[in-house]
Design a protein around this ligand. Structure first.
Ligand code: NAD
Length: 245
């Protein structure tokens, strides 16, 4: 396979599983990270030992200059970008009345502006001229149905769905698909803010009876990037164990 995928925030959690899945399937992979250098390097070494084509690049997705440098580096290394997976994100559990201006700005910056930055850069620098590409944005079930104590997060994840649907229409004539993966509760650091009791209650609410694994999300993302998914665009697919139906 001569396909290249960039995964943002891929040093840990869901992004790490996506990077592993794509690399082991033969994609050239760029692992983007911002602060988790140690984890990014470890993953890179692990996958290189398995014969995968991997590069890592430090870029804060909220910084357009850093994002541009990353895309240029990927193009210099692999020649094109076929798949962009916007996975980097942050969350915050707080009452809406307590959330500060700074926290709101940070949330919208990482979870929305970050996606705008990477998406615009790959479109301008590779996908539009090649008339080919796949963009997969990681939202959340809370962007579909809203979560108490996560108003800013839910807002940002709902915005990603709106953005993806509009962009899917705009980019279809250029043969570029845009889809959303909206996971349910997945076992990563992001669930760390929940107490044991909260996790128990949440698990009981999930019809399939368990918290999802990062691999469950990676499998959905891989399908959306595959040839078999070529006629799917502007859709939201939610690996959530039946929590939201
Ligand atoms: P995580 O915290 O383990 O991973 C998020 C990654 O994004 C981290 O490595 C972090 O360093 C990186 N990141 C944050 N800000 C960044 C920036 N400015 N630039 C580059 N990278 C940055 O969390 P996760 O659970 O793996 O989350 C991955 C995605 O999945 C997020 O978009 C999250 O909103 C979404 N999601 C997670 C769950 C869940 O239950 N874990 C559910 C639904 C959606």
């Amino acid at each position: 396979m001569n396909k290249t995928a960039i995964i943002t925030g891929a040093a840990k959690g869901i992004g790490r599983a996506i990077a592993r899945e794509f690399a082991m399937s033969g994609y050239n992979v760029c692992i983007n990270y911002n602060t988790s250098e140690k984890e990014a390097k470890e993953l890179c070494e692990e996958l290189k030992k398995k014969g995968c084509n991997i590069i890592i690049f430090k870029a804060d997705v909220t910084n357009r200059k850093e994002v541009d440098k990353m895309i240029d580096y990927v193009l210099g290394t692999y020649g094109k970008v076929d798949v962009l997976i916007n996975n980097a994100g942050i969350s915050e559990y707080k009452l809406f009345i307590d959330i500060t201006q700074e926290e709101i700005q940070r949330m919208l910056n990482v979870n929305i502006v970050g996606v705008f930055n990477t998406t615009q850069a790959v479109l301008q620098k590779s996908m539009i001229s090649r008339k080919d590409g796949t963009i997969i944005n990681i939202s959340s079930i809370w962007g579909m149905v809203g979560a108490s104590l996560e108003v800013a997060y839910s807002t940002s994840k709902a915005a990603i769905i709106g953005m993806s649907k509009a962009l899917a229409k705009e980019l279809a004539p250029s043969n570029i698909t845009v889809n959303v993966v909206a996971p349910g509760a997945i076992s990563t650091d992001m669930l760390g803010a929940l107490s044991k009791e909260d996790l128990k209650v949440l698990t009981e609410e999930i019809p399939l009876g368990k918290i999802g694994a990062v691999e469950d999300v990676a499998a959905t993302v891989k399908f959306l990037a595959s040839y078999e998914a070529r006629y799917i665009t502007g859709q939201v697919i939610s690996p959530n164990g039946g929590l939201v139906i």
